[in-house]
Design a protein around this ligand. Structure first.
Ligand SMILES: NC(=O)c1ccc[n+]([C@@H]2O[C@H](COP(=O)([O-])OP(=O)(O)OC[C@H]3O[C@@H](n4cnc5c(N)ncnc54)[C@H](O)[C@@H]3O)[C@@H](O)[C@H]2O)c1
Length: 378
């Protein structure tokens, strides 16, 4: 039995949204042990939280630079092997770059960096490091998303002609209408979030889901943002027309002011033979649509699913697995890669996905600011 992988956590403290998802996901398949962390920029909070979740405090560091310096002094077989970066966006690049330069594996939250240029610098650093790098586009870990990818690859839809991905949330609604509140949230501060709020935070997930499931790339886009208030520098809503080929077109719709919406990520993909429809809030139902047959519903865990999909379920059909399991599937793929075991390239989003994401985000902003013009992606 291989030993557990030594995991370090950056950000994701008790005050955070995403920390619990990574902590639980990392433990689900029994592959990781958290051995070190900087959960919080405040050292006392950091220590308190480590005690609360029972992580030994001897490797709870006062800041990120100290974590790297102290871990590098340890023998390799005791040192943190992989760090998960769960901080606000502006810290992803400096942290990931330093980790790669020092030979660590990295699991990085999205958006991978705050600029496309940083993303490309990171890509070069990753090539030199040769370590494992994953970007946590969480939704790619769902068994039914993996099933879509594998069935599309096998030709179930025929030639694809229309794609529609929608990510609607309403959480910024109560904040955006209050001048003081909208100037204090990090997601609306370009210095901390990057150049985009809605597309950078959630539109990028929808973009990734389209490229992950179809295996196609978005070639160009035209974007229209809504900022809602003149003093707000960041988009909180946007509609993006996309072209993936001469006759493959679609739309990405994102909103953080879709009143009452929770985590409404959904994708529809239509081809000449059939269509797929999937919704994140009901992730265990994949609808296959046809002109000639009744609707078919695929569900996780059944033998008719692909190997990649089945690899993402742990219980027999009918035991609903959800977002924690989806993230756990990404951690499982990363564990296999770190151990040098075989894995499918659909098991976790990579540096390439991270770079594509920043290419997309910057293109949406350029399109909107340029007067809603078509912009090409690299
Ligand atoms: N994959 C997903 O579906 C998903 C969902 C939500 C958030 N995210 C991403 O996760 C990241 C964090 O988002 P969140 O909502 O958890 O943010 P948050 O503001 O809720 O939490 C941020 C955490 O980082 C800590 N932190 C801040 N500065 C730090 C520093 N210098 N050193 C160490 N810790 C520091 C804070 O104390 C806090 O614990 C963002 O990049 C966001 O885009 C991804």
């Amino acid at each position: 039995m291989p030993k557990k992988i030594r995991l370090g956590i950056l950000g994701g403290g008790g005050d955070s949204l995403i920390g619990v998802l990574h902590r639980v996901a990392s433990h689900i398949n029994d592959n990781y042990q958290i051995v070190g962390a900087v959960f919080n920029p405040d050292y006392e909070h950091n220590l308190d939280f480590a005690r609360e979740i029972d992580v030994p405090t001897d490797r709870i560091y006062k800041d990120f630079d100290t974590l790297v310096a102290e871990e590098m002094k340890l023998p390799k077989d005791q040192r943190i092997q992989v760090c998960a970066i769960l901080t606000p966006n502006f810290l992803h690049f400096p942290m990931a770059k330093k980790l790669l330069d020092n030979g660590f594996h990295v699991i990085c939250e999205k958006p991978m960096t705050t600029t496309y240029e940083e993303a490309r610098i990171l890509q070069e650093a990753h090539k030199k490091a040769g370590t494992v790098f994953a970007v946590t586009h969480t939704y790619t870990g769902y068994p039914m998303v993996r099933q879509m990818r594998e069935m599309i690859k096998a030709g179930a839809l025929g030639k694809i002609h229309k794609v529609d991905a929608r990510y609607y949330q309403g959480w910024i609604n109560p904040i955006i209408h209050d001048k003081e509140k909208r100037s204090s949230v990090w997601r609306l501060d370009p210095k901390k979030a990057g150049i985009s709020s809605c597309m950078g935070d959630i539109g990028v997930h929808a973009f990734n889901l389209i490229e992950y499931t179809t295996g196609l790339q978005v070639k160009s886009l035209l974007c229209d943002f809504n900022y809602l208030y003149a003093d707000n520098q960041m988009d909180v809503d946007g509609t993006v027309l996309i072209r993936m080929g001469d006759h493959i077109k679609g739309v990405i719709r994102g909103s953080q002011v879709a009143t009452g919406e929770e985590n409404g990520l959904a994708i529809s993909i239509y081809g000449e033979k059939a269509g797929f429809r999937w919704e994140q809030e009901n992730p265990n139902f994949l609808y296959k649509l046809s002109d000639t047959e009744p609707v078919q519903i695929y569900k996780p865990g059944h033998a008719y699913n692909s190997a990649l999909s089945l690899d993402g379920t742990k219980l027999p059909p009918g035991h609903p697995e959800g977002i924690f399991d989806s993230m756990a599937n990404i951690y499982l793929g990363v564990a296999r890669a770190i151990r040098g075991a075989q894995y499918n390239d659909g098991e976790f989003p990579t540096m390439t996905d991270g770079v594509r994401g920043l290419n997309f985000i910057e293109a949406t902003v350029a399109s909107h600011k340029g007067g809603n013009v078509w912009v090409s992606l690299d």
